[in-house]
Design a protein around this ligand. Structure first.
Ligand SMILES: NC(=O)c1ccc[n+]([C@@H]2O[C@H](COP(=O)([O-])OP(=O)(O)OC[C@H]3O[C@@H](n4cnc5c(N)ncnc54)[C@H](OP(=O)(O)O)[C@@H]3O)[C@@H](O)[C@H]2O)c1
Length: 234
C-alpha cells in the first residue's frame, strides 16, 4: 500500500499561506515551521514527516537545506520556477499568488511543473502535472515572468495613469482587460489588434510622442523593435 505523505511546510510567506489553506480545504494535515520559531522545533518536526516543502525565498533554499536538512531522509521539494538544485526537487505551481486566498476549485486547477528527475510527487492531489527537464527551466521561467509579471506592470501603468493623469475610473478598463484575456485563451494567434498589426505608422508615432518623458516610452519602442524582429524570423 502506498504511504500517505506527511508534509512539513517551511516558510510563512504568500505561497506557504496559500498551500496551507489549500491543504486545509482538502483536510490534509500538515506541520508548519517558519523562522520566528526555534530550530529545535524545526528538527523535531523534520523527524515526523516524509516530505518537506521549502516555500521560502529562492535565494535561501540551498543554504537552508545545507544548514538544516542534510541528514533527513524526507523528500525536499521547492516551488521555485527558476532554481534547479541537486538538493531538492522543483515543483513549480504555474500560478500567481496574491494576498487573498483562492477557492478549492482554483487551487485544484493549478498545474505543477515538476523537475524531470523527481520521483512521484503530490500523487494525492488532483492538480495537473507536467515534467520539465533542467536545461529548459531557465527559459520556462523567463517566459512566465515576461507574460505574467511584465503584462501586470503594463496594466498597473494603465490603471494608475487613468486615475492620476486622465482622472478616469480604472474600473472602466476591466471589460477591456477581461476580453483581451479571453481572446488570448480562445484564439491566441488572432488576439493581437491595434496599430502594430495594422502597420499604422502614423498612430505608432503619435503614441510614442504622447509618452515623451515617461519611462514606458522605451518599452513601447522596444515592443515595436521586438515585433518586427519576430516578423522577420517567421
Ligand atoms: N508568489 C508567487 O506568486 C509564486 C508563484 C510560484 C512560485 N513561487 C515560489 O514560492 C516560493 C515562496 O515565494 P513567496 O512568494 O511565498 O515569497 P515571500 O512571500 O517573499 O515569502 C518568503 C518566505 O521565505 C522566508 N525566508 C526567507 N529567507 C529565509 C531563510 N533564510 N530561512 C527561513 N525562511 C526564510 C520568509 O521568512 P520571513 O517572513 O521571516 O521573512 C518568508 O516566509 C519561492 O520559491 C517562489 O519562487 C512564488
Amino acid at each position: 500500500m502506498r504511504q500517505v505523505p506527511q508534509y512539513l511546510i517551511v516558510g510563512n510567506g504568500r505561497v506557504a499561506r496559500h498551500v496551507c489553506h489549500y491543504f486545509s480545504l482538502l483536510n490534509i494535515p500538515v506541520l508548519t515551521w517558519n523562522r520566528s520559531e526555534s530550530f529545535d522545533l524545526l528538527h523535531e518536526k523534520i523527524q515526523q514527516v516524509s516530505h518537506i516543502l521549502l516555500l521560502i525565498s529562492d535565494g535561501a533554499i540551498d543554504s537552508f537545506i545545507a544548514a538544516h536538512l542534510n541528514h533527513t531522509s524526507a523528500i525536499c521539494i521547492h516551488f521555485s520556477g527558476s532554481l534547479f538544485t541537486e538538493k531538492a526537487y522543483g515543483a513549480h505551481p504555474l500560478m500567481t499568488f496574491s494576498n487573498a486566498f483562492y477557492s478549492l476549485e482554483q487551487y485544484q486547477s493549478i498545474p505543477f511543473v515538476i523537475d524531470e528527475n523527481a520521483p512521484a510527487l503530490f500523487s494525492e492531489l488532483p492538480n495537473p502535472q507536467v515534467r520539465l527537464s533542467s536545461h529548459l527551466k531557465a527559459r520556462y521561467h523567463a517566459l512566465c515572468v515576461l507574460a505574467g509579471n511584465f503584462s501586470c506592470l503594463l496594466w498597473q501603468k494603465l490603471f494608475s495613469d487613468f486615475k492620476d493623469v486622465l482622472h478616469l475610473s480604472p474600473g472602466i478598463a476591466h471589460p477591456f482587460l477581461k476580453q483581451q484575456m479571453q481572446n488570448l485563451i480562445d484564439q491566441p494567434e488572432k488576439a493581437l489588434t491595434g496599430p502594430l498589426v495594422r502597420g499604422d505608422h502614423m498612430t505608432l508615432k503619435k503614441n510614442i510622442d504622447a509618452l515623451d518623458g515617461d519611462p514606458f516610452q522605451a518599452i513601447y519602442n522596444s515592443f515595436i523593435t521586438c515585433y518586427h524582429k519576430m516578423k522577420e524570423t517567421k
